[in-house]
Design a protein around this ligand. Sequence first.
Ligand SMILES: [Fe+2]
Ligand SMILES: [Fe+2]
Length: 272
Amino acid sequence: MTTLAEMAVEVLTTADGRAKCAVSKRHAEAWFAARAAGTPLAVGTAAPPLHPARPARPELLHPRDVPRRRPGSPQGRIALLHAVAHIELNAVDLHWDIIARFGHVPMPLGFYDDWVKAAAEESNHFTLISDCLEAMGSHYGALPAHAGMWRAAEDTVDDLFGRLAVVPMVLEARGLDVTPGMIDLFRKANEAQALAALEVIYAEEVGHVAYGSKWFNWLCGRDGLDPKEVFHDLVRRYFHGALKPPFNEEKRAEAGLPPDFYWPLADGDTGD
Ligand SMILES: [Fe+2]
Ligand SMILES: [Fe+2]
């Protein structure tokens, strides 16, 4: 019988973006169908690759070498959506990786429900943005993309606390800060399809940050640790650089991230 960890590895070892997302959605449906029937699939353990399979294109470049384009032009908006598609595909792999990578850590079933749901949503995000790119005469893979996206996963490969601190609670929380500006940009450009896709992403990403915060707090509670202190230590250890204000305080609060978690790690903060 297939375990959830084996299903995760199948997603991680599928290279093509749309194919990866199709496998991801199919496995999420199987997981939730079994949960609804009261016969949950075994979580199991598996050996996820250190780097997930990805398509031959886009070409991956150091962030410094990725050309910047002005968002005021159609080409600039395509470049922006291309960068979002790259983030979403990476997120599909990140959410399955946390399932496969830490299968040896006993967690309540709700932990898996949350990350399987998040992975299915990321798969939908990638598909929505790929559809936008194709409607605009481009496609995922047409432009170069950042090479460093998987770094957070590699750095926290043996630390579940660190993975939760850096991936959902720092990187995905950053998404909450920057997405409203993108939504504005596409609204002003009358790009209805991209606007609708970004609004779905913005709404669902709050949930992913909340899952991170929930399970990070749960683990700290299990071990009798102060979550804020542990968060600060882990972000300083694994995240390269300071957090960048302005922060979306409202959405971060909705996702269970209080200001005293992130402000002491911010650019220019002298406290703590
Ligand atoms: Fe997403
Ligand atoms: Fe996400």
